[in-house]
Write a protein that binds this ligand. Sequence first.
Ligand SMILES: Cc1cc2nc3c(=O)[nH]c(=O)nc-3n(C[C@H](O)[C@H](O)[C@H](O)COP(=O)(O)O)c2cc1C
Length: 201
Amino acid sequence: MTSRTASTSVRLTPLLAERWSPRAFDAALVTSDVVAALLEAARWAPSANNYQPWRFLVGQTTTDGADATHKGIFDALAEFNQVWASAAPVLVAAITEVEHEDGSVREIAPYELGLAVSQLTVEATARGLFVHQMGGFDADQVSATFGVPPQYRTVVVLAIGRLGDPESLPAWAAERESAPRERKPLGEIAFTDTFGTPYAV
Ligand SMILES: Cc1cc2nc3c(=O)[nH]c(=O)nc-3n(C[C@H](O)[C@H](O)[C@H](O)COP(=O)(O)O)c2cc1C
């Protein structure tokens, strides 16, 4: 249990309760076999008709520094994310196939990608790693940089690594590393009888 463990109304598996989204990442490298394990966790997510629309562009820092993929993904991040995400040794662009080969739009595809990212995150937590998802980036820039076909859309970028020292961050970001973690109460999100009538525990 850490100071950022979720204070849940019912006891949960530590894999869920101890996940959170840090901005301070340690420079310690994440080896390719560990990255492969995270991608494998994503690979085994469920999807409608087992369609598996998820694709991942993986950028890594090695002993030689950030590779071209890490640099390309980093360049597409919004500035408010660049200020902290530069330290993350792994950056992943999470992409999904929004248009099926018959031309139909698969509105469910971002949901399926989310399931895959969720599995990746649980596996990361089990390995002592942290994942911080980002919607603040330029998806068109990712497409142009990496030749992503038009039927695919980048939905989020993931910063992955070990927890770092908040002192390494600008003040506004350092404060958030220790701010209380909050969620809506269960009664506001779980209903019975009619929409809005809280499910009573
Ligand atoms: C789809 C998605 C997009 C997000 N975009 C950003 C982002 O651009 N920048 C950022 O700092 N955090 C981003 N976050 C992180 C959320 O702010 C964070 O998950 C939320 O505040 C809950 O905190 P926790 O993950 O520590 O429980 C994003 C999270 C998700 C799931």
